[in-house]
Design a protein around this ligand. Structure first.
Ligand code: NAD
Length: 246
């Protein structure tokens, strides 16, 4: 059985990706932030994943921390034997205009959204290299492609992920490891639920399909990218935004 690890999978897009990959037949590791509330939500996600007849395990780790990622990868290798797919999904926002953005809010977003991707790829790639097989999907954002007012920190982290994706695709292609990114637009999740109605309407006016995306619509593209159907796709950024920019 193939094993997939999804970071930040206690809720939102990550939880949905975990359930979709379980449905596809992957044993899943649901990484969650080390807090009681995230643990509780992650356990519920794992229970749903198990209804598809696969193994599902929750592992607490703050993915912005190198050592915690290393320990998590070691545990997965010991418990599951292989790591076939890695989905770097964990992310946060601390939005405000550059003029008001505090240094700690810049650093925090870079640590969780960008450094985490280095931490996870660094440890998982050494496992995948030995297997001579692996699929990595990094969750970027349209903010990383086009920028977004109030998101200097977030768009920097998401643009960086795109560069990292292409570099890892080139470094590990000969080992049969693919590395792609998805760039979601405006997706219905706890992250976007907190936005004002005015801002939501302004954003929707730019979307060709005229609606928010659903987490399932991100999960279905990730499902394709980790599958054998995507065996010749690497180093790509797939925008999933309902036609935000054309
Ligand atoms: P969300 O806030 O619902 O979920 C984010 C998850 O990441 C949470 O489970 C959270 O606990 C986890 N997390 C945060 N910090 C962590 C850490 N240090 N270690 C481990 N886990 C951590 O948000 P979402 O909308 O589901 O976002 C998922 C991903 O999709 C993020 O990378 C986000 O930037 C990206 N994205 C979302 C949208 C959108 O419209 N919702 C658009 C583009 C990109």
């Amino acid at each position: 059985m193939a094993t997939a690890i999804i970071t930040g999978a206690s809720q939102g897009i990550g939880a949905c990706i975990a359930k979709r990959l379980a449905k596809d037949g992957f044993d899943v590791v649901i990484n969650h932030y080390p807090s009681d509330s995230d643990r509780e939500k992650a356990l519920a996600v794992a229970e749903e994943c198990r209804t598809y007849g696969v193994k599902a395990e929750c592992i607490a780790a703050d993915v912005s921390k190198f050592d915690q990622c290393e320990a998590m990868v070691k545990q997965i290798k010991a418990d599951f034997g292989s790591i076939d797919a890695l989905v770097n999904n964990a992310g946060i926002t601390k939005d405000t205009l550059l003029a008001r953005m505090k240094e700690e809010d810049y650093d925090a977003v870079i640590a969780v959204n960008q450094k985490s991707v280095y931490n996870m790829m660094k440890h998982v790639c050494s496992v995948m290299m030995k297997q001579r097989h692996g699929r990595i999907v990094n969750v970027s954002s349209v903010a990383g492609l086009y920028g977004n007012p109030g998101q200097v920190n977030y768009s920097a982290s998401k643009a960086a992920i795109i560069g990292m994706t292409k570099t890892v695709a080139k470094e590990f292609g000969s080992r049969n490891i693919t590395c792609n990114a998805v760039a979601p637009g405006f997706i219905h999740t706890p992250m976007t639920d907190v936005l004002s109605e005015e801002l939501k309407n302004k954003m929707l006016a730019q979307v060709a399909l005229g609606r928010y995306g659903e987490p399932e619509e991100i999960a279905s593209v990730v499902s394709f990218l980790v599958s054998e159907n995507a065996s010749y796709v690497t180093g790509q950024v797939i925008e999933i935004s309902g036609g935000l920019s054309m």
